[in-house]
Ligand binder design. Structure first.
Ligand SMILES: N[C@@H](CCC[C@H](N)C(=O)O)C(=O)O
Length: 295
């Protein structure tokens, strides 16, 4: 039987990024009861389940000083190393239940510190340091300078999209710089680029327009999901990539279809801080019938 059958969940969203939070910390670490399989994750996303972009699963902590080991599933059942919007949802849920105002989690991408503030309805996640090395992103072939890589969509002499910046924020991102983020058919190009052979682990694909040195607008095709109203790690990756190109300041406001995020690429330790809201929608229990065919 699935670890999720009859288990409680909270449906939330981080500026429109659809998030389901499940707390399995009561289960014994490493036990089957603490494990969610890709089939489980897909069953939750099925039409009879609970719609989500990411499923955030809190497992018992593996390291002293951390609250939980968090595993992040996309709705196609694949696992991600990072999810900025999902982290804010987890943090809000936890803080409202416990009165805590700061916490450290372990994820596949490393330790993440999170806190409430700078206003009561805002949550900040320290997303760690970005990585720019081609093997870290990863790319399938060597690129010495990942501020722009050779990759294009459309005719060779008149590409529609070209020369993205690539960054790892614990997950792979490619950012295409454009004049108008709504002028391109991201639903059509997104899957082609997500699965392009240059990205051996696939990639999140973002269209970004630099409004001025303090403001950027983006739209993202998420790996393992599709078009979303917001992608927090894409906002971080875009802010960092724009600052690296010296086209924006290290603190910027990113506007996504679902809302705004404040991103700061901190000079002193290279870490990226993401601040925004998180909204609770409803809670419930997973219907065991969802997992009947999963066994
Ligand atoms: N929504 C997320 C990113 C989720 C993970 C992504 N789809 C991946 O597979 O890397 C965010 O807010 O960062």
């Amino acid at each position: 039987m699935s670890a999720l059958a009859n288990h409680a969940f909270a449906k939330m969203n981080g500026i429109g990024n659809e998030i389901v939070v499940v707390d399995l910390r009561d289960s014994k670490a490493g036990s089957k009861a603490a494990a969610v399989t890709p089939e489980d994750a897909r069953a939750v996303a099925s039409p009879a389940g609970v719609p989500y972009d990411q499923l955030m699963v809190l497992q018992p902590p593996r390291l002293a000083g951390t609250e939980a080991f968090i595993r992040i599933y996309n709705n196609d059942g694949s696992e991600a190393g990072a999810c900025g919007n999902g982290m804010r949802c987890v943090v809000r849920r936890l803080f409202e239940k416990t009165g805590q105002t700061s916490v450290t989690f372990e994820t596949r991408a490393g330790l993440l510190n999170c806190w409430q503030g700078p206003a009561p309805d805002l949550y900040t996640v320290d997303m760690g340091a970005p990585k720019f090395g081609w093997q870290d992103i990863p790319l399938a072939e060597e690129f010495r300078d990942t501020r722009y890589i050779e990759l294009q969509v459309g005719p060779i002499d008149a590409p529609v999209l070209h020369s993205p910046s690539v960054v790892s924020m614990g997950n792979p991102h490619a950012i295409f710089w454009v004049d108008d983020i709504n002028a391109h058919d991201l639903e059509r190009f997104g899957p082609l680029l997500e699965n392009h052979p240059i990205f051996p682990e696939r990639a999140n694909i973002t269209l970004a327009h630099i409004v001025d040195r303090d403001r950027i607008t983006i739209r993202t095709w998420e790996r393992g999901v599709g078009l979303t109203r917001a992608c927090g790690s894409a906002a971080c990756a875009t802010a960092v990539a724009a600052a690296r190109l010296k086209r924006a300041n290290r603190s910027v406001e990113i506007t996504l279809p679902g809302g705004k995020l404040a991103i700061e690429w901190r000079e002193r330790d290279d870490h990226v801080l993401m601040t925004g809201t998180a909204d609770f929608e409803y809670e419930g229990r997973f219907d065991p019938a969802l997992f009947a065919s999963v066994a």
